[in-house]
Write a protein that binds this ligand. Sequence first.
Ligand SMILES: Cc1cc2nc3c(=O)[nH]c(=O)nc-3n(C[C@H](O)[C@H](O)[C@H](O)COP(=O)(O)OP(=O)(O)OC[C@H]3O[C@@H](n4cnc5c(N)ncnc54)[C@H](O)[C@@H]3O)c2cc1C
Length: 468
Amino acid sequence: MTGAVTGKVTGKVAEAATGARGGRPVVVVGAGAAGLMAAIFAGRARPAGGVVLVERSRDGGRKILISGGGRCNVLPSELDPRHYVTSSSPHTLRNLLLSWPLDEQRAFFEEDLGVPLALEPESGKLFPVSNRARDVRDALVRVAREAGVRILFERSVEGLEPPGSTASWRVHLDGGETMAARAVILATGGLSVPATGSDGTGLRLVEALGHRVHPVYPALTPLLTEPAVHAGLAGVSLEATVAARGVRGRAGEGRPRVSGGFLFTHRGYSGPSVLNVSHFAVKARAEGHPQVLEVAWTGEDATTWDERLQEATSGNVGPLLRRTLPHRLVDRILEEVGVPPDRALARLRREERARLVAALTAYPLPWTGDEGYRKAEVTGGGVELGEVDPRTLESRIHPGLYLCGEILDAFGPIGGYNFAWAWATGRRAGQAAGSDPGLGSGSEPGSDSGSDVGSDAGSGSGSADAMG
Ligand SMILES: Cc1cc2nc3c(=O)[nH]c(=O)nc-3n(C[C@H](O)[C@H](O)[C@H](O)COP(=O)(O)OP(=O)(O)OC[C@H]3O[C@@H](n4cnc5c(N)ncnc54)[C@H](O)[C@@H]3O)c2cc1C
């Protein structure tokens, strides 16, 4: 498809020009995790025309700043591709993810960015030694500039036009300016936490360009219950196992049974175990069928609890449960199954024991909804992985267009998995786009000879005023 104008382009379209080294630049759209990494590697490839990174927020990487509770869980210490979720080929996902081995990713942060990482043993997550997400974001921006990348902050890409009669991509910015590009890397993320700048514009652009976008949905999101039947337990947290009943967990579905932190909130449920299975609930609801989520409050199975309750001949039920579970939760469970906490274990009737064992090991969580994109850590769905070349991340539909990060149809569980995806795909797209000669290599005659786009190589933010 050629010549299609996508997105809304209003006002005077000015031809803004190319880079200081001549030729047309590689334009990276979005300075999040994937776009910053892509810009660094594209910059290091030194394409004629340089690399321009366009970011709508004032300083970029805003999701990096809020990640990991402000500490940024940069990577996991182990990476299992089977834990990712995609509607595309899990095999392609695996290839892309493993294109940058985990130990090399870690070395990049420590050696190239100068951000040493430390393992949090209990979670297996890697954080910066400083525990400051800002250090990660700032280092990425600094190294991008050192690679010669010119950054235009507070500028938004509103349209993309593939090479048609000209040999350049046309990148339409807010305000009516247009940049000519030899290649475009789209790293605009998904829809989660729109306050960080990710509002789905990129998804609309690629869809308009003819790409297949799998339906998007909030993932890694807290669940809600209406009415808030467990509001009285708000603040109670424990280690639990949450399972999506009846789900086998085929390749690409993610894990249907997850152990980890569980948190009661005023409106529902959160914590890693809930977030990691939330997509089963969200997708089922969107598709109009019920999905039961069951909780094993101690992670132990029915046989273990049945034996424990039968073997304990002295003492009462309440104290036995309180040895392993938070007191408020114990009171609530006993109330629900109709067993008083001071019931002697020796006098527990068979049906009472059966109800209690079921409530302890397969408690049906009364969820009714989810927190949506406002709180979702990632967006499920996105651009079909089969529509990019796995060796380069170049679009199979539009040569010269590269896609990376969350815009693609993949996400992983909590634990650094999502940055690992953003870093790996960003690097690969940057390397490939940086060495892309572009159609009709060299300067494009007649059209790209206006003013320079952002003359801030190695300095502060780009300036809209610099545009033609
Ligand atoms: C609260 C929270 C905590 C998280 N913690 C972790 C964690 O600890 N570890 C982990 O691995 N993952 C974590 N994640 C997930 C992780 O942040 C994302 O997977 C990752 O940031 C995706 O990177 P991306 O570059 O693809 O997209 P984004 O980070 O969303 O970046 C997209 C960028 O593109 C810009 N943009 C969008 N449209 C345009 C446009 N039209 N023009 C110009 N610019 C545009 C946006 O402003 C944004 O800067 C967390 C997410 C959230 C919300």
